[in-house]
Write a protein that binds this ligand. Structure first.
Ligand SMILES: Cc1ncc(COP(=O)(O)O)c(C=O)c1O
Length: 365
């Protein structure tokens, strides 16, 4: 940041931070996504000025003109990552530069300006250090980091806006699962697709998630945890869950995950699992996998595990899949051995109990 003075962050004093006793009580049971820390970072972009006016200030409502493009044409992108606490009390990020890169791939697809990686990372570093007292006191807790960018220009024409705001907020989060991950049950989203070729599936834009709410809601209403989407062209190839990537593990030591393209989000957990599974000696391939094959392999016992992965729940076993006319169980229907092992390795690296041999950890101090 020293050689990029335009991203120097101005600290504006918070007039009224949450009293420490209230904060301590809140972080003892933070849940997910409903508790927020005292501060936020904001950097503005203007067509003539570029990125400017980086500031760290009190978190609070933002003022937006009712005609702002984000409210009408959904020019919005976001990221999600976590800060972890290591045994020495330091805070650490897991592969945050990958989030910065994915943010810019999303920005390019949504016709939004590129944000220099050092601005993205500098904003996160400053905010996490400022609000480090908000780190949850519960076992397995983390500080969930939500960087996002919105189009703020007041203009109703359908074209890329000329003004944007990049912001970062933090949400203390409890452990997703208390002891290991229970197997989840998923519903095949037969009547919906998530992403079409040429569309925005690979981008982390709000619109993708708005479109997933009905299928996800139907999955929940029928007693399932998540919806799984098939490809939009043949309605045959398994793509991903509403917010997690998938891996299929076979009895012969093969592991398959759907290949990246423009319809699947390039999960950072997915990429890390590819590396860790190969280190475990598995033969991991990125290859299309059909829903009928998934069912046949589960029924024949060739498929021994299916795991879903993402920042929020890390690695979660899939125990059961239900479609309109059939359902099938995977393995014993509970967590498989490889799923457990990969989860422990990954959580260990993130929390500092397993050696970081890949340079995935950024210590914040
Ligand atoms: C659609 C979708 N797929 C996959 C993932 C997993 O990505 P990551 O491992 O980077 O959290 C997410 C979560 O960000 C997601 O929203």
């Amino acid at each position: 940041m020293a050689d990029a003075p335009e991203y120097d962050i101005r600290h504006i004093e918070h007039p009224n931070p949450v009293p420490s006793a209230t904060r301590e009580q809140a972080i003892a049971d933070p849940g997910f996504g409903k508790l927020f820390t005292d501060h936020m970072v904001r950097i503005d972009w203007h067509e003539d000025k570029g990125w400017h006016d980086a500031r760290l200030m009190a978190r609070g409502p933002i003022e937006l003109d009712p005609s702002a493009s984000v409210l009408h044409y959904a020019q919005e992108i976001f990221e999600g990552l976590k800060a972890y606490r290591h045994a020495d009390g330091s805070l650490a990020l897991f592969r945050p530069e990958e989030n910065a890169r994915r943010f810019n791939r999303s920005a390019a697809r949504l016709a939004m300006p590129d944000l220099p990686e050092e601005a993205f990372l500098g904003a996160i570093r400053a905010l996490v250090l400022k609000d480090r007292d908000w780190f949850p006191s519960v076992e397995g807790g983390s500080l969930y980091i939500r960087p996002f960018m919105i189009a703020t220009e007041a203009f109703l024409g359908v074209r890329p806006a000329k003004e944007y705001a990049f912001m970062v907020i933090l949400s203390p989060a409890g452990g997703y699962f208390k002891s290991g991950a229970p197997a989840i049950s998923i519903r095949l989203g037969e009547h919906y697709t998530r992403a079409a070729p040429g569309g925005t599936g690979f981008a982390k834009c709000g619109g993708n998630y708005a479109a997933s709410l009905v299928p996800q809601g139907e999955a929940l209403a029928s007693g399932h945890d998540q919806v799984v989407f098939l490809d939009a062209v043949e309605r045959r190839w398994v793509e991903e869950l509403g917010g997690m990537n998938l891996f299929f593990v076979f009895e012969d030591g093969r592991m398959v995950t759907p290949p990246l393209g423009d319809t699947i989000l390039a999960g950072i957990t997915r990429d890390s699992i590819l590396t860790l599974a190969r280190e475990e000696g598995l033969d991991v391939v990125e290859e299309r996998y059909a829903i009928d094959q998934w069912r046949a392999d589960a029924e024949s016992g060739k498929l021994v595990e299916t795991l879903a992965c993402g920042t929020a729940a890390v690695v979660t076993p899939v125990g059961k899949v239900t479609a309109e006319d059939y359902s099938f169980e995977i393995g014993s229907g509970g967590p498989g051995q490889l799923t457990q092992k990969l989860r422990e390795r990954l959580v260990g690296i993130q929390t500092g109990t397993v050696e970081d041999r890949h340079g995935w950890i950024t210590k914040l101090g």
